[in-house]
Design a protein around this ligand. Structure first.
Ligand code: ADP
Ligand code: MG
Length: 693
């Protein structure tokens, strides 16, 4: 970076630390987050509090420092031909006083608010009207860059950054190489890479800005998809897998003598898809999407039995101990009668037992292993692991998934199951290297869960409802969110809730269980088991019960402080009930006043039970940055594309990537050289293509 004019060692260091900008190339890829159109101005008399922001051209009338010491603030009155408005600064008062002087003209940009019944603008951005450092004044759009306090202190506020970008662009002219093929550029009518990068920083007009954005969004999504599709094709071609030819005794015995219900059409279809994969001679990498309660576990179980029938071992990795334990209990119950050896391995497995299990895995005696993260530790080795199932995947990173590959000399088939559906665009990006199966049917006889919303003032009604339900033999969950940063405070909150419940639902008529993250596994299991057996009617818990727990007789889910939960989480919790034949209920308890975001989430819950719809709404409400699993995947590194808004571009980018790799898998043709060269260059920079380049 020091090669760049205007950037000495100190600033260069800061750019690295604060913004991850190491090279001129990085700097050029640091895009403005918005633009100011310097030709459009509001008249002061037209301003009201509803505009998102305003830009005014006017003259400073009067400047004064109001308040004293720490409360000192600079107040300036700005006037145009229609009226006056107050500008207020609390910081940098001394410096601003010299700059903002009566009689001078400024362009002011900011968010107007009403204070004491009057409109004012606090901390506006200001510019002299004849701003002319770089000949920019002829331009219409000015870039605005995100900066940090530390950078600002070194003169790299938005304007400072725009100056060094401007210089970098001057230097880069003629040197920015194309990374897409001529064919794509022509077909999609894209601007060149160089033109796009110039115009994303300094667009001449709206059209050139739009074209630059379109090109750069496509490019960004295209290279992600190219990588994922390549990974997928590579595995299909090069990585042979164990071939499971036979459906044997285990599968047949289980299906005909053990399974207590008929499979749904969707379950049968998906099992067929998986069987075909596992019999194809290629390693399977498949994602199973299905709403809560759609019966993913039994699908996984049948597939594991296929592996066993072919002489291989199988495992399921779950995100929490409770869930791993529950899988263990269900599966052991089912399989004991068939003489199949099933073991459970978690963080709290005692070392003696652990040693035994590890040995039995190597000598092949243990056929199915259930567990948590403990399962991917290096010491865990199998004799012949044929299938690895990852349940509730969104808690696992892509890197953890890869570790399962190393469990044998040959990578096992891999089946990933999501806890709740994820939106298609996200699936395409997060799991773009996997084939997808969908369970789009719930087992028969389920009544949709009725969802109701109560404000805190209706608490008494809710309690009498609980009483009624328990009288008819049902069980009830009451879930508390993690609210505070500190676990102790959360626990206190939970314990207060618990105490209140116990007071209202006393022994001997009622028994209440409690489960939270800070209990020992043994205690947790004990409490869970009491609830499962029906010895307690109420389960007070934190979100540790969120995923997977299955107690068919529990038909009421009460979510306290529901406004604190994300939408997927609410849906996931609701999925804990509605598993038996009785009418189930989900009661969302919130404070009586709600933010508009919270209201939108609650509204979505009341509107639909469909997990796929919920997933789409969730992505829209939260944006991809907050979706679990994205952090590890690197997708939050997106510079410019947006997984919600740019769905069309994403689909197209994937399509183009597939077409390209199908025709030219190694990207060897002359036409594809720009793409190949760019990947090699990026590889050197980040090493992101790893093994497949
Ligand atoms: P999820 O997809 O959320 O993991 P589970 O596998 O836990 O769902 O299944 C939810 C419940 O539905 C379990 O109690 C399971 O026994 C039951 N179930 C699964 N498949 C069927 C089916 N075909 N018919 C009836 N009940 C089923
Ligand atoms: Mg499940």
């Amino acid at each position: 970076m020091e090669f760049c004019k205007g950037v000495g060692p100190a600033r260069s260091d800061l750019l690295k630390k604060e913004l991850n900008i190491f090279t001129i190339g990085d700097l050029l890829m640091y895009f403005p987050f918005r633009y100011v159109d310097k030709t459009v101005f509001h008249k002061i008399s037209d301003i009201n509090e509803n505009q998102p922001y305003v830009q005014i051209k006017g003259r400073i009338r009067k400047v004064e420092i109001a308040g004293m010491g720490r409360n000192a603030r600079l107040v300036a009155r700005l006037a145009d031909e229609t009226g006056e408005i107050e500008l207020v600064w609390f910081n940098g008062v001394k410096w601003l006083k010299d700059k903002v002087q009566p009689g001078l003209d400024f362009i002011v940009f900011g968010k107007q608010t009403i204070f004491n019944g009057k409109l004012n603008i606090t901390h506006p951005e200001i510019d002299t009207v004849n701003y002319d450092d770089t000949g920019e004044s002829k331009r219409r759009f000015y870039p605005v860059y995100a900066s940090t306090e530390k950078l600002k202190a070194k003169g790299l506020d938005s304007k400072g950054i725009s100056k060094i970008v401007y210089k970098a662009l001057e230097d880069a002219a003629g040197k920015i190489t194309e990374n897409l093929t001529g064919e794509i550029i022509t077909k999609l009518n894209l601007v060149s890479r160089e033109e796009a990068i110039f115009n994303i920083h300094y667009p001449h007009d709206n059209l050139s800005l739009k074209k630059a954005q379109g090109r750069l969004k496509f490019e960004e999504l295209f290279f992600i998809q190219l990588r994922l599709v390549k990974l997928k094709l590579y595995r299909n071609k090069k990585i042979s897998g164990f071939t499971f030819n036979s459906v044997g005794k285990y599968v047949n015995d289980f299906y005909h003598h053990v399974l207590p219900y008929n499979l749904t059409g969707a379950q049968k279809r998906v099992i067929k898809e998986i069987r075909r994969d596992m019999g194809s001679g290629q390693q399977m990498n498949r994602l199973l999407q299905g709403d809560v309660g759609s019966g993913k576990t039994v699908v996984a179980l049948m597939c594991m039995l296929i592996a066993l029938d072919n002489g291989y071992q199988a495992c399921i990795m779950a995100p929490t101990e409770i869930l791993a334990t529950q899988h263990y209990n269900t599966i052991k119950n089912f399989l004991q009668q068939l003489g199949i050896h099933v073991k459970l391995l978690t963080g709290s497995t005692k070392s003696v037992e652990r040693k035994k299990i590890l040995e039995s895995l190597i000598n092949g005696e243990t056929q199915i292993l259930l567990g948590t993260h403990a399962l991917i530790e290096e010491v865990v080795k199998f004799k012949s692991l044929g299938l690895a199932v990852i349940d509730e995947q969104h808690r696992f990173g892509v890197a953890q998934r890869a570790k399962l590959w190393e469990k044998g000399s040959f990578p096992p088939h891999i089946l990933v199951m999501t806890a709740t559906p994820i939106p298609r665009t996200l699936a395409m990006t997060l799991y773009g290297d996997l084939d997808v199966s969908v369970l789009d049917e719930l087992p028969p006889g389920r009544k949709p869960v009725k969802t109701l919303h109560f404000g805190d003032s209706n608490r008494l009604k809710v309690f009498s409802f609980i009483r009624e339900q328990i009288k008819t033999g049902r069980q009830v969950y009451i879930v508390y969110p993690l609210i505070h940063e500190s676990e102790t405070l959360d626990l206190k909150h939970l314990m207060e809730g618990y105490d209140a419940i116990v007071r209202d639902f006393p022994l001997p008529d009622y028994a209440v269980s409690i489960v939270h993250g800070q209990m020992k596994t043994k205690e947790k299991d004990y409490e869970m088991a009491r609830f499962v057996k029906g010895e307690t009617q109420i389960m007070v818990a934190t979100t540790v019960i969120e995923v997977g727990v299955d107690v068919p007789n529990a038909s009421v889910m009460i979510i306290e402080n529901a406004e604190r939960f994300g939408l997927s989480q609410l849906h996931q919790l609701r999925g804990r009930v509605g598993r038996g034949a009785d009418q189930s209920f989900c009661l969302l308890m919130t404070s009586d006043k709600l933010s508009s975001d919270a209201r939108a989430r609650i509204g979505a819950m009341l509107e639909t039970n469909d997990g796929f719809r919920i997933a789409e709404l969730d992505l829209k409400l939260r944006g991809p940055g907050n979706i679990e699993g994205l952090q590890q995947s690197g997708i939050t590194d997106l510079h410019i594309a947006d997984l919600v808004a740019d769905e069309k571009i994403l689909r197209y980018a994937r399509h183009v990537a597939m077409e390209m790799l199908e025709r030219d898998p190694e990207l060897e043709s002359i036409g594809n050289k720009p793409v190949r060269d760019f990947i090699i260059k990026e590889n050197k920079r980040k090493g992101s293509w790893g093994m497949i380049s």
